[in-house]
Design a binder for this molecule. Structure first.
Ligand code: UGA
Length: 468
């Protein structure tokens, strides 16, 4: 795969760290910069700050060889041909994306440009960010022929980030000059040519040498909008199916069948049609708000996004009311809460619907016994352990003597629970499932009262008293 490109990645959050590890994996020389000294030390010493499949393996494979970590932005960017900005763009009070980190990094990069570089925006940003970065560089006296600004949005999901990166559905490159486009193409060439998938150690996934990811080369503005519009659209798909689920509940139909039937239409597709307790995480809530703000700034009516947010907020409350209705009242009740992260497969609890629901239950006097395979430490920073809130080491422990089990995210481990053991641990065999992990009939056959989302309630199958 040749000599590779010299790359600096600024920011070692989910996007930055995964991009750095994957760029090294496909043959480039990468310096990953962060101003958090503790994090950089940890990464240098072999630690991995996030729970992500394949990331520890890739970092071990390339650390001190093709990927380095530093706090020195100037040194890292001076030696780089491409500088990827992957710092946070948190939500500001107005809902817009707070661009102050990107602004600060752009000004600092400006001070270290001595030869031609492509500055690539990888964080999720509002349209026009590329123009702003260009202005910041020009204001700091960088000659126009020494840099280009490009956009290369990232579509990775937490938990499967490495596979999403290396086996992308598409690679979107927004560039305004042939020179910048050529460098970006060279960076992704090991993936787009299929060469990476032929290497012995390649991370397995959907792509192969015969079916490599396609590239969409477009303008920087279109690339920026593609990212916001994709996340907003996926969030809308989830809110849509959640309302359909509520209709199914009222009508006595099964939303899983409805979603299957809708998804078989190739124009709709089966993905992101899983009804539940609403979306969370560090992306969808923030990006829907930011995209709505972008539209507002342009005097464009996008009320659809407001509705998406409203439905999402209501879906969490609705589920909470469902749990309450199953128990009559929360005061004095012991609830086993399975799942704390915003979804299974991650330890991230940012904007987690699970935590929100746990908080509502605590507020109404429940005792919560919580278990999550990875997120307990992070969750306890938001909801400290105490008399009312306990963190347990496994699902059966959490369920011991509980009045009900409440399932709040979709770890595979939960779907594989030994139902007999679970039932034996509980005081009352009630399961309220916010992620539809089980088959209602199977739960009823195991003696559970089982409530889920968008499906009829299943009651325990009992021998009929008067049957002969
Ligand atoms: C999301 C996007 O899926 C990625 O493409 C994008 O790159 C990323 O945001 C980002 O902008 O960085 P992520 O937040 O990791 O990725 O998580 P998802 O797997 O998309 O799930 C988001 C939320 O929607 C979770 O709370 C999940 O439980 C929920 N969800 C997802 C549903 O309720 N139903 C579904 O059918 C799918």
């Amino acid at each position: 795969m040749g000599e590779g490109v010299s790359i600096a990645v600024v920011g070692s959050g989910y996007v930055g760290l995964v991009a750095a590890a994957c760029f090294a994996e496909i043959g480039h020389r990468v310096v990953c910069v962060d101003n958090d000294e503790g994090k950089v030390r940890m990464l240098r010493e072999g630690g991995v700050p996030i729970h992500e499949d394949y990331l520890p393996e890739l970092l071990n494979r390339h650390r001190a060889n093709r990927v380095e970590f530093t706090t020195d932005l100037k040194a890292a960017t001076e030696g780089a041909q491409a500088i990827f900005i992957a710092v946070g763009t948190p939500q500001s009070e107005t809902g817009s994306a707070d661009m102050s980190y990107v602004d600060a990094v752009a000004s600092e990069i400006a001070r270290s440009i001595g030869d031609y570089k492509v500055i690539v925006e990888k964080s999720t940003v509002p349209v026009y960010t590329n123009e702003w970065i260009r202005k910041v560089l020009e204001r700091n006296g960088v000659p126009q022929d020494l840099f280009d600004v490009a956009s290369n949005p990232e579509f990775l999901r937490e938990g499967t980030a490495v596979v999403d990166f290396l086996h992308a559905d598409r690679i979107v490159l927004g560039a305004e000059t042939e020179r910048a486009a050529a460098l970006l193409r060279a960076i992704y060439e090991p993936l787009t040519s299929g060469a990476y998938y032929r290497t012995a150690h390649a991370v397995p996934g959907a792509r192969s040498a015969d079916d490599p990811p396609p590239v969409l080369l477009t303008t920087t503005k279109a690339a920026e909008i593609i990212k916001h519009a994709s996340n907003a659209f996926l969030a809308a798909k989830i809110s849509f199916i959640n309302v359909v689920a509520n209709i199914c509940e009222a009508a006595g139909a099964d939303v899983e069948d409805v979603a299957r039937g809708m998804g078989m239409d190739t124009r709709i597709g089966p993905k992101f049609l899983r009804a539940g307790i609403g979306y969370g995480g560090s992306c969808f809530p923030k990006d829907v708000a930011a995209f709505r703000h972008v539209a507002e700034q342009m005097n464009i009516e996008f009320g659809l996004l407001e509705e998406v947010e409203k439905i999402n907020a209501e879906q969490k409350r609705r589920f909470f009311r469902k749990v309450r209705a199953a128990l009559w009242t929360f005061r004095g009740k012991k609830i086993a809460a399975l799942g704390l992260a915003f979804k299974g497969g991650t330890d991230d609890v940012r904007e987690s619907p699970a935590l929100e629901i746990v908080e509502l239950m605590l507020r109404e006097g429940a005792m919560v016994r919580a278990y999550d395979p990875a997120a307990a430490a992070r969750a306890s920073e938001t909801i400290p352990a105490g008399e009312q809130m306990q963190y347990l080491d496994d699902a059966y422990e959490a369920a011991r003597d509980a009045d009900a089990v409440v399932i709040l995210n979709d770890w595979q481990e939960f779907a594989e629970l030994d139902l007999k053991r679970l039932r034996a641990a509980l005081r009352y065999p009630i399961v309220v499932d916010g992620r539809n992990l089980f088959d209602p009939e199977a739960m009823a056959a195991q003696g559970f009262t089982y409530l889920s989302v968008g499906r009829p309630v299943a009651h325990p199958v009992r021998e009929a008293i008067h049957s002969r």
